[in-house]
Design a protein around this ligand. Structure first.
Ligand code: G6P
Ligand code: MN
Length: 448
């Protein structure tokens, strides 16, 4: 097996140490020659990188080299794979995305509704630059992109790089949900074969099978209705916010029993409940700053001080392993099935072909070979089309610098609906995103 050169873009992320542990766990499936971290924030990356050096020295002696840099050329030259996980504006801006809509009793969320729009408008330009930079130095590298909001980013990359067939956008939520199904069934996630359709953070499992072809869907539904649903992946298992989110799946399944919903549908199906649950001064970004970020930084300090991992508890999480097996399937032509984001092109036959949809695909060295979905029912189709129009309008607005399209987008979004509310939220978001968004032009109403 050819060993791979991997660059992690956004090396300073709070997810990086988890990813490193997953790379160690999966070294047989995805053997590495080198790991490089790239980040624009030197200081933030350095702490994570210094801890990573110690971890790799202990647990990955086969690796030829590890280094970290803020220099693009150094980072990307010779890369076979780039894992891209950037967050333009950081958790500070995530907090604003969550708080501003809440002021107007609309859902305040990282990737859904107005928060997702704001984050999307910050991410698009940076993501395009990252892809251009990688292509300058590593024209053949696989780019696996986890940057959020994945739906909007994927649509922008589709438009910007229509002929680049080595960019794959991917989200870990379906995998995180499947870990919980596997636990219910007493199986491992790798034993399950999903049937799934939708947009990113906006989809449904229509069926779950095992590798022998047995349909397990009803067993899962029954277990959820009888015993509830909880997160199981180590990254989220004890997190009160994720526990609440998984609990909401039971409610969704009671109201809409036909399919197993992605957890993110809660924001669109129960927006008032979601708003009512929120505390303005402790939205998810604040919880992550005080929780995961602190934990990861404290752990890194300890590892650096001890020059050993003996006094910390490092855990492998499935979401990292899932991403790595995706990469392995592309690198070694395994043809394994994963849920990824691809252009529709008739997969969902009653949905426009230029939608970026989330569906299962066999991953080969020639890229994803998605499975056809066929026609989807009216309820899901209606919801998807509204959300898709929102996503498309946001990307249009970014390219055209168009205020009016953003107003349309927010008015269409189920997390907002009301045009006056949409305008207030939009105006506030423009104010705080001055350093990140393009300057927008507003069409004036016809006078007299
Ligand atoms: C899931 C989603 C990601 C999202 C993350 C937020 O993993 O798939 O797209 O960024 O949750 O989790 P957090 O713990 O930061 O709220
Ligand atoms: Mn996601």
């Amino acid at each position: 097996m050819k060993r791979q050169n991997l660059v992690v873009v956004g090396g300073g992320s709070t997810y990086t140490l988890g990813m490193i542990m997953s790379l160690i766990e999966e070294k047989k499936n995805f053997p590495l020659k080198s790991i490089t971290f790239y980040d624009i924030n030197e200081e933030r990356q350095e702490k994570i990188a210094k801890a990573t050096e110690v971890i790799l020295r202990e647990k990955y002696p086969e690796l030829d080299s590890f280094h970290y840099t803020t220099d693009k050329k150094e980072a990307y030259t010779n890369a076979d794979f780039a894992f891209v996980q950037i967050r333009t504006g950081g958790l500070q801006m995530r907090e604003k995305d969550e708080q501003i809509p809440l002021k107007y009793d609309a859902v305040g969320q990282e990737t859904c509704g107005p928060g997702g729009m704001a984050y999307g408008l910050r991410s698009i330009g940076d993501m395009i630059n990252v892809v251009n930079d990688i292509r300058e130095y590593a024209p053949n590298a696989w780019i696996l992109n986890y940057t959020n909001p994945a739906a909007i980013v994927a649509e922008a990359l589709r438009r910007e790089f229509p002929h680049d067939d080595k960019i794959l956008n991917i989200c870990d939520m379906p995998a995180a949900i499947m870990v919980s199904y596997a636990k219910i069934l007493g199986k491992e996630i790798w034993d399950l074969v999903p049937e799934y359709f939708g947009l990113n953070h906006f989809g449904w499992f229509t069926n779950i099978y095992d590798k022998q072809g047995n349909r397990l869907t009803d067993d899962i539904k029954r277990a959820i209705t009888d015993n509830g649903f909880i997160p199981e992946d180590s990254e989220i298992v004890n997190d009160p916010s994720w526990i609440k989110t998984f609990k909401q799946v039971e409610t969704m399944l009671n109201d809409f029993p036909d399919y197993l919903p992605n957890t993110y549908l809660q924001y669109y199906l129960y927006p008032s409940d979601m708003v009512a649950k929120e505390e303005m001064t402790n939205t998810r970004a604040r919880q992550v700053i005080n929780g995961r970020e602190k934990r990861v930084h404290t752990m890194s300090d300890q590892i650096i001080k001890d020059q050993s991992t003996e006094n910390v508890e490092l855990e492998v999480d499935i979401h990292g392993c899932y991403m790595i097996r995706v990469a392995a399937s592309l690198a070694y032509n395994n043809g394994d099935t994963f849920i990824v984001i691809v252009e529709n092109n008739g997969l969902i036959s009653n949905l426009q072909s230029d939608a970026m949809v989330e569906v299962p695909a066999a991953l080969t060295s020639r890229g994803p070979k998605p499975y056809a979905v066929g026609e989807i029912p009216t309820f899901q189709k209606g919801l998807i089309e509204g959300q898709l129009a929102f996503e498309k309008l946001v990307v249009d607005a970014w390219y055209e610098r168009d205020y009016n399209k953003l107003l349309q987008a927010l008015t269409l979004n189920r997390a907002v609906v009301d045009a006056p509310k949409a305008r207030q939220i939009l105006d506030d978001l423009i104010e705080v995103n001055k350093d990140y968004w393009p300057e927008l032009k507003q069409l004036q109403p016809v006078q007299g």
